[in-house]
Design a protein around this ligand. Sequence first.
Ligand code: DHB
Length: 386
Amino acid sequence: MRTEVAIVGAGPAGLLLAHLLDRAGIESVVVETRSQEYVASRIRAGILEQSSVDVLTAAGLGDRLRAEGHEHRGVYLQWPGGRHHLDFVDLTGRSVWVYGQTEVQKDLVRAHGGPVVYEVTDTALHDLTTDHPYVTYTDRDGVGRRLDAAVIAGCDGSFGPSRAAVPQSARQVYERTYPYSWLGVLADVAPSTDELIYAWHPDGFALHSMRSPTVSRLYLQVPNGTDPQTWPDERVWSELAKRLGHGQDGWTLTPGPITEKSVLPMRSLVQTPMRHGRLFLAGDAAHIVPPTGAKGLNLAIADVARLAPALTALLRGNGSARAERYSDDALARVWRCTHFSWWMTTMLHATSDPFDAQLQLSQLRWVTSSRAGATGLAENYAGLPL
Ligand code: DHB
């Protein structure tokens, strides 16, 4: 089979790229190791920054987002003794939207009519530094296939074959692991807050997020290697109540049936460059951020918004300048978000060191009392313009 762009990975990065290329008249074929149902149902973050909303809207994907998503002006930051609202709209003129990645994925699956081959195995990338790269894979009937393309887009996450297809001598990997994880739960209960609450607590960070007026999403800092089985529902709710300040200033946390529970590891990773010959990396294939601040999906959307016009120009004979600049341009935003995610993470998570705790509290007091401090957080959280 031959196409113009072979896309490895049918998550939001791969499908959005396929959709944007399609709108520009460029053909693509997407290959994906998982089933369509699996990709559509995995639970991920739920916050879209302003520029992501703009990209999705311009791509014709904004209708359900605007009808069913919820615009938030800001977030609450708290620590024992006080809750403080940061109003991003007031501080920066930009807002964020609560709209789950699962919903973005559904919209993309519905909108993209081009070929997506699910449940492939043994995906491998070849001849990346020639002008005839190709992808090989085994389809779900066990038949070996070859997909020839002008370029390959690696949108297959940090464990997919694309990132590893760049020879070690041609790549640099920057990495940070964290000594804690998140226990995430989804619950069929109305959120107990109008906007997200990020809570510092000596026993560990907690986050109250949401998916809809009837579904709450909550997280607790837990030690690495935690087995979710050791967290029965009652323990989850009582720990959330303590860390989120149930009973303080008349605020209450309403518990409800938990429908999903899982442990998420946290790490930062950036692989540079984001281009190797005719392979272009986008999204988690090139970078991972810890979840605090919800930048993962937004960064993937920002990469793709840059990559689609660069590939369009390259393949339509309108010059290779944008493609040449893709890696450097994308990495500027990637490093900004990598810093922001690291900063939010290290500001909010308890460590065993009392010195850390005092610095964190000092930073939180500054961010919530200084307009300059608050604006810095707001600019990054609501997202810098693309
Ligand atoms: C969510 C996840 C985050 O990491 C975050 O910072 C905010 C919200 C969420 O899943 O809703």
